[in-house]
Design a protein around this ligand. Structure first.
Ligand code: NDP
Ligand code: GDS
Length: 591
């Protein structure tokens, strides 16, 4: 699909002569290739005229644009000119496109924009502003701001900024204090009375910050020269988007509308809240049921537990966080239970019942739990693809409603692209940013680029939090067979004086054959910050020997990653030999 060429000629008619310029187009990029030998002495004049441009040139000269076959032996290659190059890609008056099959039409066409993006979340904003930086003319449409997403509300910044990563992290910060107050006692702090939390101040401050951020994002778009259109975008044909009845044409359309929370269809589901609502409740829950055992469920369980709500988590499996390393799954649930969260395992929700006193009961396959002030569902998210006109223009979609794309984020309709959660690949903001930037390289820089999904680090901001990068033990065994596992499970220094039962778990998954560290996992304070740093080592393919050769930062939890010397166990395809954990070895040695 990439690297298709065609040749366009542009004739400048001056009083004395005609100058023919030759441009080679490769996708959307236009490169000046030369002028005819006969008129080459006039090149400077033509250049001077065109550079002082543009209305005068259009008025005083006549453009003749032709599309000819690719071979053109009578043209001199001219080894320049950045100025003309940028002129040719930026100025709409020079769009004498002889387009190619890379997502676009075969006949020259004038569009309102090079790129029209639907959805101003992380992926859409990033792709749009990088495209604009590359000289593309860009428009982006987004729904009006609201903390709660709906068919008619959204906001510049998208899920991450308005109802995901950012507000969630602010609430995590708020909720962590209670644990820190507890810890502080062992360090000599005394409080005359229990510290009180004011939920409405937190929510008001959080909302003011969201307003500030959405304003920043609008400015980012404005400063990049991007036209922001408020309203619902609907694709009418492969090059046209309708926003509130006004039509905009574009050479490329990018769909980056993200996803929305999904609540299974059970009786009483209208009483349930989702993560959008949970971030913006008028009052703090007294007793909350959280259904689901994924990222969102665990993060909100930590938030409400820290803010002193009575928290019950209902998971339909035996363990939380399907897909994570098994030991991490066990460890995090154990630590969260020690902080007072009650896990109800292998319980599927069947109905929500509202009582006369206004409280809610959750009925599951195992029984009914009563007295909840709130019932939250964190049972996954679904792509936000309804009413975008995708089906009618022939964009293929998966059964779950996500847009199907190839490795370059191109949909089944060549001029339509999609990035971020709407494609349901790896639903993380930094991944959407990566997909957006790869897309711009492919479409606007002529460098076909696939996002690289290897060793994408991620964190769960539970309490304690989790950080992970690379393969789980189970994945590594499946892919490589012979694996060495190094673990540390220890009581952090802080817990010695705090007296709290906090522990930290860390794990390295190492390929026995190559010594490469394939996976790194941690659950404990600062895990996301620590794992971000180590993710560079994992991405770079460093070995356990490289880790061993690195001096630790002492005293820190992070140093355990470079001081684990003895494998906890060696897994071999034929047999499995058990060893001692590194902490056990150290304890025996009196370290
Ligand atoms: N820190 C971060 O990076 C964050 C990332 N995210 C992203 O957002 C995505 C969505 O998060 P989240 O909503 O937590 O989704 P997840 O897919 O992570 O978890 C959904 C949970 O709900 C359970 N579930 C699904 N359907 C039902 C049902 N009908 N009845 C009972 N339980 C059900 C799942 O169980 P089962 O395992 O059995 O399917 C699972 O435990 C994540 O995958 C992640 O990519 C979200 C928040 C934070
Ligand atoms: N690391 C910071 C994260 C905070 C942060 O990145 N804040 C963002 C907003 S939320 S995050 C929203 C997300 N931004 C990012 O992910 C930026 C991350 C990194 N700086 C990068 O450039 O890659 C996004 O949607 N990006 C689209 C795009 O970049 O085009 C910001 O812009 N702050 C400005 C300010 O406070 O003044 C922290 O923990 O404090």
């Amino acid at each position: 699909m990439h690297g298709i060429h065609s040749i366009a000629f542009l004739a400048f008619e001056f009083p004395e002569t005609t100058l023919m310029l030759c441009f080679e187009t490769e996708k959307h990029k236009t490169i000046f290739r030369g002028a005819t030998r006969k008129q080459s002495e006039h090149r400077k004049k033509a250049m001077a005229t065109s550079l002082s441009f543009s209305p005068s040139l259009t008025l005083n000269t006549r453009f003749i644009a032709k599309t000819l076959p690719i071979s053109c032996p009578s043209f001199l290659p001219l080894p320049f000119s950045k100025t003309l190059l940028s002129l040719s890609t930026r100025r709409r008056t020079l769009t004498v496109r002889a387009e190619s099959p890379n997502g676009v039409d075969a006949v020259p066409h004038h569009y309102d924009f090079d790129l029209f993006t639907i959805g101003a979340g992380s992926g859409g904003v990033r792709a749009s502003r990088f495209a604009a930086n590359n000289g593309a003319s860009v428009a982006i449409c987004e729904l009006p701001f609201s903390t709660i997403s709906s068919d008619t509300t959204g906001g510049v910044g998208g899920t991450c900024v308005i109802r995901g990563c950012v507000p969630k992290k602010l609430l995590v910060y708020a909720s962590k204090y209670s644990h820190e107050f507890e810890e502080s006692n062992g360090f000599g702090w005394r409080y005359d009375s229990e510290p009180k939390h004011d939920w409405s101040s937190l929510i008001a401050n959080k909302n003011a910050e969201l307003q500030r951020l959405t304003g920043i994002y609008k400015n980012i778009l404005k400063n990049a020269g991007i036209k922001l259109i408020e309203g619902h975008g609907k694709i009418i044909d492969p090059h046209t988007v309708d926003v509130n009845g006004k039509l905009y044409s574009a050479k490329h359309i990018l769909v980056s509308v993200g996803g929305r929370p999904f609540i299974p269809d059970i009786p009483g589901k209208e009483h349930a809240i989702d993560s959008d609502a949970a971030l913006d409740l008028p009052s703090k829950p007294e007793k909350i049921a959280i259904v689901g055992g994924g990222y969102i469920a665990l993060e909100f369980a930590g938030i409400f537990n820290g803010l002193k709500s009575d928290v019950h988590v209902f998971i339909r499996q035996k363990k939380v966080l399907r897909g994570f390393d098994e030991e991490i799954r066990d460890f995090v649930a154990e630590q969260m239970s020690l902080r007072g969260i009650e896990f109800h395992t292998e319980e599927s929700p069947q109905a929500i019942v509202k009582s006369a006193d206004g409280s809610f009961s959750l009925k599951t396959n195992k029984g009914t739990v009563d007295g909840f002030s709130h019932i939250m569902f964190a049972t996954g998210r679904r792509a936000n693809t309804k009413n975008l006109g995708l089906e009618s223009v022939g964009v293929k979609m998966a059964k779950d409603g996500a847009i199907e794309v190839d490795e370059y984020s191109q949909t089944s309709v060549p001029s339509i692209w999609a990035v971020g959660d709407v494609t349901n690949r790896v639903n993380l903001t930094p991944v959407a940013l990566m997909e957006g930037m790869a897309l711009v390289k492919t479409v606007f820089q002529d460098k076909p680029t696939k996002p690289d999904y290897r060793a994408v680090p991620s964190a769960v901001f539970s309490q304690p939090p989790i950080g992970q990068v690379g393969l789980t033990e189970e994945q590594a065994v499946q892919q490589y067979g012979d694996i060495d596992i190094f673990t540390a499970n220890f009581r952090p220094l802080k817990a010695t004086l705090s007296g709290l039962p906090d522990r930290v778990f860390m794990k390295l998954v190492v390929c026995a054959k190559t010594n490469e560290v394939l996976g790194l996992h941690m659950c404990g304070e600062d895990a996301p910050e620590i794992v971000q740093g180590f993710a560079v080592a994992i991405k770079a393919g460093l070995t356990k020997a490289d880790f061993d050769a690195t001096v630790g930062v002492h005293p820190s939890a992070a140093e355990e990653f470079v001081t684990m010397r003895t494998p906890t166990r060696k897994i071999r395809q034929s047999q499995s030999s058990e060893g001692k954990s590194d902490s056990e070895v150290k304890a025996t040695a009196g370290v």
